[in-house]
Design a binder for this molecule. Structure first.
Ligand SMILES: Cc1cc2nc3c(=O)[nH]c(=O)nc-3n(C[C@H](O)[C@H](O)[C@H](O)COP(=O)(O)OP(=O)(O)OC[C@H]3O[C@@H](n4cnc5c(N)ncnc54)[C@H](O)[C@@H]3O)c2cc1C
Length: 381
């Protein structure tokens, strides 16, 4: 590579934005492209908030990555003088049946240096009487975790990137007749053509369409409905000062973020929804999910029973078969990299993923085998 290589990053979501920033800091000339802008309403990084937590179950790299990413989020908040992270704490409720996920998380939290407390249900009831703890046996409380702003964080990353000398352009890369064309240059929606030494595609749920041969069904976008319910007037028990982010791992994995910044109580089901087209899909929630969420809300937070629905959002997960990210070179194009497959948990890791990808691209290294395409038998490595 020449002394100052030119690298194009396609996609300014959590993965692409941070990758562009770290490539720049490693000495590359970087052009970042996005079809609709950082954190746009169709992207997987859009919307208001994302959970920042370390509890992740046994045998995985994400607890350590989350610990590292959180330091970076906080450092950049200071550097850019903006508020991206809210330290509300995160509460995991372990139910009577199966608590392997929570038990298996504890040694990894210790290893990663993420502070946590193991709480009995009696102690949880004392701290958060607004939660009905029926069938909850114990819990993990991460006092230094919380939630991140989503769209505002993507925009802050791009602003920081431009301030440090990166070039950002709002334009769409036109799908090639073949995915092998990208290695020789990109056609843009404004009719221009851009060439570079290397290309990083961080196009979230669109990777499937951009790389039909290499990715295809390895990334499956699913529709995820998100609900915001109005809290009782003058009642702050469901706001960020009184309630942590919470996660309830029962037959379904349901989680929520307390009311913040005049917005309401957010609640969503992590169960994968129907297949979804991120460009043309209509973003209306289904009546069945709403009924299920309402029933749950009334059960777990009795004072919210019958609360009005004040807002909804539809986002999509970009799921891989094993829910691990995809970070790899294109198997037939040395100068093309594919970064994505956040699988419903990628946002928080943006800073750690960006650092990792920048190192791989600039130093010509191979990604960790757990992120490589070879694990699906789809690549030559
Ligand atoms: C409802 C919901 C809740 C979630 N909750 C959490 C959570 O609590 N914590 C967490 O860590 N993660 C969470 N996630 C997952 C996380 O948000 C995603 O994994 C992450 O944001 C993916 O980022 P990305 O950069 O890979 O993709 P995206 O954010 O989708 O970015 C891809 C970008 O590529 C651009 N693009 C696409 N095609 C082109 C093209 N041809 N030319 C130019 N640009 C293009 C798009 O405009 C887009 O901006 C959640 C996701 C959803 C949907």
């Amino acid at each position: 590579m020449p002394s100052k290589p030119h690298i194009i990053v396609v996609g300014a979501g959590s993965f692409g934005g941070w990758t562009a920033l770290h490539l720049l800091r490693r000495g590359a000339r970087v052009t970042l492209l996005d079809a609709w802008g950082p954190g746009n309403a169709r992207s997987s990084s859009g919307g208001e908030t994302r959970v920042m937590r370390g509890t992740y179950g046994p045998n995985q790299p994400y607890t350590k990555m989350a610990a590292h990413a959180l330091q970076s989020w906080k450092e950049h908040e200071r550097r850019w003088n903006c508020r991206l992270f809210r330290q509300t704490g995160v509460l995991w409720m372990a139910t009577a049946g199966d608590d392997q996920f929570e038990r298996g998380s504890l040694p990894l939290l210790c290893d990663a240096g993420i502070r946590f407390e193991e709480l009995s249900s009696a102690e949880m009831a004392r701290r958060w009487p607004q939660i009905n703890l029926e069938d909850v046996r114990w819990g993990i409380y991460e006092p230094e975790s919380g939630f991140l702003g989503a769209r505002i964080a993507c925009q802050a990353v791009v602003q920081g990137f431009v301030a440090e000398g990166g070039e950002y352009k709002q334009a769409a890369v036109v799908l090639g007749k073949s995915e092998f064309e990208y290695r020789r240059g990109l056609k843009l929606s404004d009719g221009s053509k851009l060439t570079a030494d290397q290309y990083v595609f961080a196009c979230g749920p669109w990777l499937q369409k951009m790389f039909p041969e290499t990715i295809g069904d390895l990334i499956r976008p699913t529709k995820q409905d998100v609900f915001f319910f109005g809290t009782p007037a003058g009642d702050d028990r469901f706001s960020e000062d009184r309630l942590p982010v919470w996660a309830d791992h029962r037959d379904r994995f349901i989680y929520g973020i307390p009311a913040t910044d005049g917005r309401s109580f957010k609640i969503a089901d992590d169960t994968r929804g129907a297949e979804f087209d991120p460009s043309s899909g209509e973003r209306t929630v289904t009546a069945e999910t709403l009924t299920m969420i309402r029933d749950y809300l009334g059960f777990r937070f009795p004072a919210m029973k019958g609360a009005p629905l004040v807002e909804t959002q539809v986002c999509q997960y970009e799921n891989t078969p094993d829910n691990h990210f995809i970070i790899d070179r294109h198997p037939q194009a040395e100068n093309v990299w594919i970064v994505g497959g956040g699988s419903g948990h990628g946002f928080k890791h943006g800073p750690a993923v960006g650092e990792m990808v920048a190192e791989l691209v600039m130093e010509g290294k191979s990604a960790d085998s757990m992120f490589r395409l070879g694990r699906f038998g789809r690549a030559k490595n």
